[in-house]
Design a protein around this ligand. Structure first.
Ligand SMILES: *Cc1c(COP(=O)(O)O)cnc(C)c1O
Length: 395
């Protein structure tokens, strides 16, 4: 039966696509080798450099984010290479599994899924690797399964403090364009991202930002690769073209997204996400529930993972909430399946959308019989009233 009103897609990616981007994507497809395409390609490639904050290389693949994970590994490794990865949650675990599947030897620093990667533990492990067998350190910037942010700049400092030559690879699939990220300044070597989270696009594009050092490295490593080969991209990319058919219509959308992000101002975008994260945590605390991220200062502005009380089913709660209030919330993944639900507050999102979202959650908690205190949405509203929207404050 028809449901009136709009569906709330509050999972932490894909995020709802703004009308401007839908309209851009709806333009007629053009010849990706014709003269008009160069402008589209160059705008996307150069525009993404401003989002990654890099003057080095950016590559765009027609794939989900998982493809860019693979691209990062096969361009920088030889079979059997050792990697150091940090278990921040489900996505770090999947990247680790992928590395194993394709013949690498990732070592996993165990984590409790309640915070970001820990630079001191990375440094200690690298110091012990006196033979420099570890070729790369891989961390997830915004761990979408837990709502925790890793201190990427501190991880680089840890690698340098250990005097270790390992490359730094970062998954910022869900962090980019929502949480501050500075590829060049932070000394990242390879970065992985995707279109369907902070970039507000549908799924289907993935990205690698790559340092000159990693490009050099790619020339001598021997993992078999073809589709993902950075060096095959470089030549065509210089004039705005690609070695195979790019995601033409998604690139129209990407160019619109890049414009929108700069029109708002990246710092304002980051402040908006941080404020919505803080307001959401006010609501969770008032409900008497616990936020999964337990490290103060590492809570994500992209999503909030909320633990349900022992004996309650987070999935039954989500199903009830979807049925009655037409809102999709994120599920708990693997280790925390059915124990947490995730509230996405990323992308093209404002105060009233957050209030509607939190109202839906609070009504859903009551409807599903999850023990909680009421007034969480009210507390979030109070927080929003007391804090200024940075963009407006700047006007
Ligand atoms: C979404 C996500 C992925 C997976 O991306 P796909 O587009 O589903 O392949 C990987 N890592 C993180 C941190 C993510 O948020």
């Amino acid at each position: 039966m028809r449901q009136a009103g709009r569906h709330f897609l509050q999972i932490p990616g894909p995020s709802a696509v703004p009308d401007r981007i839908l309209k851009a994507i709806g333009q007629q497809t053009i010849d990706h080798r014709g003269p008009d395409f160069a402008e589209v390609g160059l705008k996307a490639l150069n525009g993404m450099k401003t989002i990654f904050k890099t003057e080095q290389n950016v590559f765009i693949f027609p794939s989900s984010g998982t493809g860019a994970w693979e691209a990062a590994l096969v361009n920088t490794c030889s079979p059997g290479d050792k990697l150091l990865m940090f278990e921040t949650g489900h996505f770090a675990t999947l990247w680790n599994k992928m590395a194993r599947k394709i013949g690498l030897e990732p070592e996993f620093i165990e984590g409790d899924w309640r915070g970001g990667a820990e630079p001191d533990r990375i440094e200690a492990r690298l110091r012990a690797d006196t033979a420099h067998e570890i070729k790369a350190v891989c961390v997830v910037h915004n761990e979408t399964s837990t709502g925790s942010v890793s201190p990427v700049a501190e991880v680089r400092k840890a690698i340098d403090a250990a005097g270790h030559p390992a490359l730094l690879m970062v998954d910022t699939i869900s962090g980019l364009a929502s949480i501050d990220f500075r590829f060049d300044e932070w000394g990242v070597d390879v970065c992985v991202s995707g279109s369907q989270k902070g970039l507000m696009l549908p799924p289907g594009l993935s990205f690698n930002a790559v340092s000159e050092r990693a490009m050099e490295h790619a020339k001598s490593v021997t993992m078999p690769r073809s589709y993902w080969d950075w060096h095959d991209m470089v030549g065509p990319n210089q004039s705005g073209y690609f070695p195979y058919t790019p995601g033409t219509n998604l690139l129209y959308g990407l160019n619109e997204a890049i414009d929108m992000l700069h029109e708002e101002g990246l710092d304002n975008v980051f402040a908006r996400h941080a404020r919505h994260g803080a307001a959401t945590r006010e609501a969770v605390r008032t409900w008497g529930l616990e936020v999964l991220c337990a490290r103060q200062g590492q809570e994500s502005g992209v999503l909030t993972a909320v633990m349900v009380p022992e004996g309650c089913s987070a999935d039954a709660f989500r199903a009830t909430t979807l049925k009655h209030y037409d809102i999709s919330l994120g599920n708990g993944l693997s280790k925390v399946a059915d124990k947490v639900f995730r509230i996405g507050h990323l992308g093209d999102f404002n105060d009233l959308m957050l209030m509607a979202t939190l109202s839906g959650v609070e009504m859903g908690l009551a409807m599903a019989g999850i023990p909680h205190e009421s007034g969480g949405a009210q507390a979030a509203m109070q927080y929003l009233k007391e804090t200024t929207n940075q963009r407006l404050a700047a006007e």
